[in-house]
Structure formats: structure tokens, C-alpha cells
Design a protein around this ligand. Sequence first.
Ligand SMILES: [Zn+2]
Length: 408
Amino acid sequence: MSVIALLNLDVHFSAALRLSKGVAKGLHGGDVTLGEGALTSSAPHLPASLRRFIEVVPKAELHVHVEGALEPELMLALAARNGLPPPYPSVEAARAAYHFTDLQSFLDLYYFGCSVLRTQLDFYDLAMSYFRRAAADRVVHAEVFFDPQTHLANGLDWSVFMPGLARAAEDAAVELGLSAAYIMCFRKEMSAASANDTLSGALPWLGRGRIIGVGLDSSELGNPPAKFAQVFERAGRLGLQRVAHAGEEGPPEYVWEALRVLHVRRVDHGVHSLEDAALMAALNASRVPLTVCPLSNLKLKVYEGQLEKRLTQLVGSGLVITVNSDDAAYFGGYAVANYNYLAQVTGMGVTQVARLAANSFEASFFVGPGSGGEARRTALLGQVAALAARALEEEEKQETAEKRRWRR
Ligand SMILES: [Zn+2]
């Protein structure tokens, strides 16, 4: 490396340091250290201008489970408020337990954590905790998953969890300018009959609960999507949107099934689609989005050893890829941390990040009360384009100024 290149590197590094100090005081509640210890949400290896763009560009989150936003602090506070034994002796002990070997090892802890949720206020506090963190990352629209079967199995009724979630969505719009709706997920390891009963239980809440769709989550292997053909068909007749987790740990065939049998409008995760060229072509032709969750994949060891390569392939595939946090409290980061990680491992710049942010709005349903509909989608796409143009202009100015400085 030449002396000039080294000096240039130093200029970039100083600027990065200055910005990261500003960021620590502002948008983020502190660094989030990832499992491997090499990367952090403050992303010191990214150019300062790119980090700034990732922070300010408006985004939608389309793959986030409200129960996955249960931070250890809140988990312990809710246990104490409800007179329950603490699930962990301390916040540190909870975080230390969050080391997963695969999806199932995570799910076991996740459902354990949900047992502290007992009252309407608990669900309100949980959802508001997510909305506040999301808004700090410039998430302006969220279509949020929840797991009714988990709460029903814990002895709660719809009249406990649904009003708390619905009120939080209303308050998020007023207090944070974040529009939110809910997608109820059926757990794949549970029976089709249970999913059907759950849909029946949801009927009185479809409008007032801000429920806009159905999804499938939880244990994937051995539970192909076709198991839920009937309940998804019924949901379609009710006018609900349909999405499904598929191809996270499972094979491309599960993604095909979700498309052909469940008629989903989005595939959640779907990273294993990469192994089937015909499937990738079909996803590209239909523009069915994949809601990708980079830090979740990292923590759950999806494509372990080749995740960076796989994520790079997805970002470059031309498919409608969106970036999401999945279960942020367990996986070490919210929206910005996921974009930062993805930018670090794929080397993408402002143009690609802007494409992903625009994808998030193109893939949003924007239906239901307070969503703003097509007009809001158009306005947000315009904001992304304007911010990207300004960021690229600033990058160019900075490059020109640096070149002049070194020519002197
Ligand atoms: Zn998920």
C-alpha cells in the first residue's frame, strides 16, 4: 500500500470515529456486540457516509416477531410485576444463555421467555418496546408477527394479548409516526386443526386488532407448508394476506410449496432458495419478496461457514430482498444492526442499501387502518430515492475534495 493510500485510510478512519461517537449518543442505545465478537452494530469498518445513510434512510420491517423483542431487562421486570419466579437470575445470565446451535435450541428458550407475558399491559409494553427501538432505527412501517398459539397455550385469552398489541400499534402511530399492523403466525409443529381453531378465535379481532394476515413460523424441518393448505385457503377467503417462513433450515421444496400450495405473497427467510436455480428464476419472475434476517441466520448458524457468500449472492440476485431483525432481543440487533452487518459482509454501498430499503416498501402490504395505502408507499419510495441521491452527491464531493487535498 502506498503512503498516500495509508494517509487516505487514516482520514477515513478519523471520520468514522467522529461519527461513531455521535451515533453512540444519538440514535443507538449503545453498541450491540455480535456473537462472533468481530462485528458490532456501530460497524467501524463501514465508510462513515454509508453508516449515516443506513441510519437515516426510512425502512419497513416485515419479518419481526413481537415476542422476539422481549429484552432480558423487560423479561425480568414482567416476571417481577406478575409475581413469577425470574426465568434467569440476572440480565447477564439471560444474555449468556443466548447461544444457539440451531433453530430448535433458540425456540426452546424463546417459548420459555414468553411465559412471563400475562396481562394486557405486558403485551402493550412488549410491543411498545419494539416500536421505540424500531423508530430509533428509522423504521416507519412494520408488519409484525405474533404467535397466538403460544399465549393460548399459556392459559391466556385473545382478550388479554390482542387489546395490548392493538393499543401499542395505535400509540406507535401517534407517538412515533410508525404505522404498524399484525400478522398472526401458526406454529408449524402444531396441528392443522389447531391452526384452524386459532383462525376461528381471531375472527372477532381481525378489524379492531389490526390483524392483516396469517403466517407460519417455528420448527421447520419435518413440517412442510402443505400441512396448512386448508387454513391458508380459508384465510385467503377472509381477505387476509398470506406469508410463510420457508427455506430457513428447510429445503427449496418447502419454498415451492409455500408458493404453489399456500399462495404466499412473501416468503420469510427463503435463503435455501439459492440451491434451486428454477426457484430463484420463479421468485425473480413473480417478484415475490424474501424477508431475509442476516443476524438471525448468523446466530442460528444457517449456512454456517458460508453465510457471507450466501448473503452476497442473495443481495446480488435481483430478487426482492428485504432486511429484517426477526427476533432482535435474542439475535443481537434491530434494523440498523442488520443492515450494517449485511453491508460489512457483502461490501454493498449506498445504491444497494437504498435498493433494499425501497424493496421493504415495495414488499409491504400497506393495508388496514393507518397504513396510508399506496400513497404512503409512493411517498416513502420517493424519500428513499431523494436521500440516496443526496448521499451519493456527498460521497462524490468528499472524494473530489480528498483528491484535491492530496494533489497539493
Ligand atoms: Zn421469523
